[in-house]
Structures are given as structure tokens and as C-alpha cells.
Design a protein around this ligand. Structure first.
Ligand code: FAD
Length: 450
């Protein structure tokens, strides 16, 4: 089982169920002891240099798996903030600002990985083998377990193998000898790209605004985000689809921010001191491998996280899905390991990914235009959530809180059909909507004007 967000949460789940866990990581430089160096982005992990948001449901799930993680992250400098205080420019205008919503703890990906990795590798019964590149999967001669192959050493025996090797997983190539049948896959790629840079500025630099999000829209698929992270730094990212992907050079990056629908991100970048180069990432397509649909599935094998469902990271859902799948694994190991449990659990994993997949691909199909229509239900749902979003952009805080609830995976999309919201939509259509939500105040405190 390779090491990363999915692997940490999965290992924590396996440990609570009393299993002995060996983590296999191809990266030779992965260390988590007390003597390990301070967290820096790892090669081969592109998200290390990009903003990483843990949705509120993900924060709760990790806390459930590893109690005290939130406190630890805050103690290490992670910035706790309320999403209701993040200035959010959606497709139809500014979201209501300042009403308490959900907590996030904003930190760089390397810090989160470091802390969670340290916790997990310190658990009794967990060991980490680095520089172990898994090269294949064979049955033991007696057929009661697996031999995990590596190119340069003897195989490792395991009763249960969990593939958490991410989007580039090679499990589909290793499965055919095990008679599983043809693996169906789904892809939706709106060709989003990221460009990010770290700046020096205190967490309260924007005054009452805890961060800024400018969403890409169908008409202008370009946006950005700025969030404070540990060490009095801000991560500022530009995102865009297709021809609107942001460039790597600093002037082009700042010019991109300047052309967004609102100047807040560009103003912050212009007045804060850059600490890094601009890092880009462009592998963002949604990819789903439907293992749960295979006619046959071998015992002692599971697939989780990005290996099973890699989502466009722009929507910030990947770690949350992995953590929810880990909770399901923990539940299954303590309640149901009767024959076929792996297959049943894969179906549960798939259900945990269904809503995030529908949200990410629904948005991305919209960016791809009429050539790639979404299904009828997705189209109708997209229209309705657009109506609720319009209410929010005209000051309706109930509409905004319901959208937040769905976005943070804290509730079912059915909450958008609350009769009070339906009444507000009808009233708005018949009588017109109140004035648009005003732009939140950005004070840019603590940074001298250049
Ligand atoms: C730019 C970017 C931004 C993102 N932003 C967010 C965000 O804001 N919020 C969020 O929740 N998610 C975000 N994600 C997604 C999130 O990082 C992933 O969903 C999450 O980390 C789970 O990934 P994973 O652990 O399943 O796979 P990965 O992160 O890909 O990790 C796989 C691990 O397996 C190792 N490995 C691969 N093959 C082998 C092998 N053969 N043998 C041994 N080891 C192997 C790799 O070295 C790696 O350590 C982002 C992703 C990217 C790329």
C-alpha cells in the first residue's frame, strides 16, 4: 500500500481494526520520525506546491480516524478559519459574507502529510518501507494471500492488499490474470490547469476576510484562490480551463490574476512578497475506475482513493473521499468480513465517491459545452442549484448555507429542495430578487502599498 493521504487514512482504519500494516512507498526519501526534516513538497507529489483544502467533512473524518489531528495541525501553524468569512465570488456574484458556516484548517499539503504521516507511522503495528516500487501482484501458490512484487527484491506476502497508488495506479494492468473481466472507466477532462505561488503575509492581511475564492465560470473559465497557511504565508493560486490555463512565468501569472472578474487576488499578490517561483500543474481530469462493476473480484484486495476515483482537484474533494472510504473500511472490518466483503465494500467506496463525482463532472461538463451533455437528472439538478446560487448571490443566507452544506459533503443535495428555498426561488422569479450581495471589504492590512 503506497503512502499518501489515502494510505494514511486507510492505515489508521486498519489499525483500529487490529491489523498489522506495511506501507509501501516508491519514494525513497519519505521519512516521518521525530528527526525528519521540516515538511517540504515531495517530488512526484504535484499537490505539494498547490493549495490544498480539506472540506469540513474530511476534517471531521480524519479527526474520527486520528483523534487530536485538528489540534495538532493548529499547533503546527495551520490556520483555523470559518468558510463563512471567506470571500467567495461564484458564477452569479458574491456569496453572503460573515455568517458562520464550517471550519477549515488551512495549511500546506506537506505539513498535513507530515503530521498525519508521523501519527500513522508511530502507531504500533504500522511499518513503512520506502523505495519500494510495487511492480505487480500475484497469488501465493496456496491461493490464500498475495505476493506483492518489486523489480529489485523478493516479493512481500500479504493477506490483504489495498491499492492506494493514486491516479497513475497500474492495478488495471495487473488484474487480467485474476479473471476479473473488463474494467469500465469514465473520464471527464475539462483541461483545467493550476499555477500557484507562496507569498509572505500575515493571516489577517485581508482584515475580516479569511481568504478569497474567485470561481471559474462557464463564460470565463478562469479563477483563483488565496488562503493563509502556516508560517505567515499565503498560497495564491490561479486556475483556468483549456485556453485559459494560467502560465508559469511570474509576470504572466500576475497578469492572469489581474484579468479575473475581481482584482482582490491581484491586489494581494502585488502587495505581498513572493517567496517561491510559480508552480504549475495540469493533470486534472476526472477519472473513475469502476471496480465495483466487475463481474468477479478476488479475495483480499481493495482499491481506494485516487486509484479508484481521481477528481478534478479544483473542487478540493479528494482527501475527503479517501477519508470517508477509510471510515467505511474500519466499519466493514469490525462488522462484516464474511466472504465477499471486499466486493461489498468496493460498492460502498463507489457510493462515497458518487456525489463528489457528480459535482465535479457536472461542473466540468458545463465547461466543456454542449458537445458533452450531462444526463437529464444532472442537468435538472444543475439548473436547480443554479437557482439556489442566484438566491445566495442576492443575499439569501439560507441558500448559501445549504450550498455550503452540500459543497462540504455535510448533507445530501436534497437539502437544496427545502420548501422555503423553493418558495424564495418562485418569489424571486415572479417579483424579482433583492439587490446583489455586496463585495466583501478587503482591507489589505499590514502590507505597505508599494
Ligand atoms: C494539484 C492538486 C491539488 C489538489 N488539491 C486538493 C484539495 O484542495 N483538497 C483535496 O481534498 N484534494 C486535493 N487534491 C487531491 C488529493 O491530493 C488526493 O485526492 C489525495 O491526496 C488522495 O490521493 P491518493 O493518496 O489516493 O494518491 P496520491 O496522492 O497520488 O498518492 C499516491 C502515492 O503512491 C505512491 N506510488 C504510486 N505508485 C506506486 C508504486 N507502484 N509503488 C509504490 N508507491 C507508489 C506515490 O509515490 C504517492 O506517494 C489535489 C491534487 C492535486 C494534484
Amino acid at each position: 500500500m503506497p503512502t499518501h493521504a489515502t494510505c494514511w487514512t486507510t492505515a489508521a482504519a486498519l489499525r483500529t481494526a487490529g491489523r498489522t500494516v506495511t506501507l509501501l512507498e516508491q519514494d525513497p526519501g519519505h521519512r516521518f520520525g521525530q528527526d525528519s526534516p521540516s515538511p517540504t513538497p515531495r517530488n512526484g507529489v504535484p499537490q505539494g506546491r498547490q493549495p490544498h483544502v480539506l472540506l469540513h467533512r474530511g476534517l471531521c473524518a480524519i479527526e474520527e480516524l486520528l483523534p487530536g489531528s485538528r489540534e495538532q495541525l493548529v499547533a503546527a501553524g495551520g490556520v483555523p478559519l470559518d468558510t463563512g468569512s471567506v470571500a467567495w465570488l461564484g458564477e452569479r456574484g458574491w456569496a453572503p459574507f460573515g455568517t458562520p458556516a464550517y471550519e477549515l484548517v488551512s495549511a500546506t499539503h506537506p505539513l498535513v502529510e507530515h503530521l498525519v504521516g508521523q501519527r500513522v507511522t508511530a502507531l504500533p503495528g504500522v511499518s513503512l518501507l520506502t523505495g519500494f516500487r510495487v511492480g505487480g501482484l500475484n497469488r501465493t501458490p496456496s491461493g490464500d494471500g498475495w505476493l506483492v512484487q518489486r523489480p529489485d527484491g523478493p516479493p512481500l506476502r500479504a493477506d490483504l492488499v489495498v491499492d492506494a497508488s493514486g491516479r497513475g495506479s497500474r492495478l488495471p494492468q495487473w488484474l487480467p490474470p485474476h479473471g476479473c473481466g473488463h474494467l469500465p472507466t469514465s473520464t471527464v477532462d475539462a483541461r483545467f490547469g493550476y499555477a500557484s505561488r507562496v507569498y509572505s503575509a500575515p493571516a489577517d492581511v485581508l482584515g475580516s476576510a479569511a481568504g478569497i475564492i474567485v470561481l471559474p465560470t462557464r463564460r470565463v473559465p478562469a479563477g483563483g484562490v488565496a488562503l493563509p497557511v502556516e508560517g505567515d504565508r499565503w498560497l495564491v493560486a490561479a486556475v483556468g480551463a483549456g485556453e485559459h490555463r494560467p502560465p508559469r512565468d511570474p509576470e504572466g501569472f500576475e497578469g492572469f490574476l489581474r484579468r479575473l472578474r475581481d482584482p482582490a487576488l491581484a491586489d494581494l499578490a502585488a502587495r505581498a512578497r513572493p517567496l517561491t517561483e510559480v508552480a504549475v500543474h495540469r493533470r486534472t481530469g476526472n477519472l473513475r475506475r469502476h471496480y465495483e462493476r466487475l463481474p468477479h473480484w478476488p479475495d483480499g484486495l481493495l482499491v481506494t482513493g485516487d486509484s479508484m476515483c481521481a477528481l478534478n482537484p479544483v473542487y478540493g474533494q479528494g482527501i475527503t473521499v479517501a477519508a470517508l472510504q477509510a471510515l467505511l473500511l474500519r466499519q466493514a472490518l469490525t462488522r462484516d468480513t464474511t466472504p465477499g466483503w471486499e466486493r461489498r465494500l468496493l460498492r460502498g467506496f463507489a457510493r462515497a465517491a458518487d456525489l463528489p463525482w457528480a459535482m465535479a463532472t457536472g461542473e466540468d461538463l458545463g465547461h466543456l459545452g454542449p458537445g458533452r451533455p450531462a444526463g437529464v437528472v444532472a442537468t435538472l439538478f444543475g439548473h436547480w442549484s443554479g437557482e439556489v446560487d442566484r438566491l445566495a448571490a442576492h443575499g439569501n443566507t439560507r441558500a448559501q448555507r445549504r450550498l455550503d452544506r452540500v459543497y462540504h459533503l455535510m448533507g445530501s443535495p436534497a437539502c437544496l429542495f427545502d420548501p422555503r428555498l423553493v418558495a424564495s426561488v418562485i418569489r424571486g422569479r415572479l417579483l424579482g430578487l433583492p439587490a446583489p450581495t455586496p463585495r466583501p471589504p478587503f482591507e489589505l492590512e499590514g502590507i505597505p502599498t508599494p
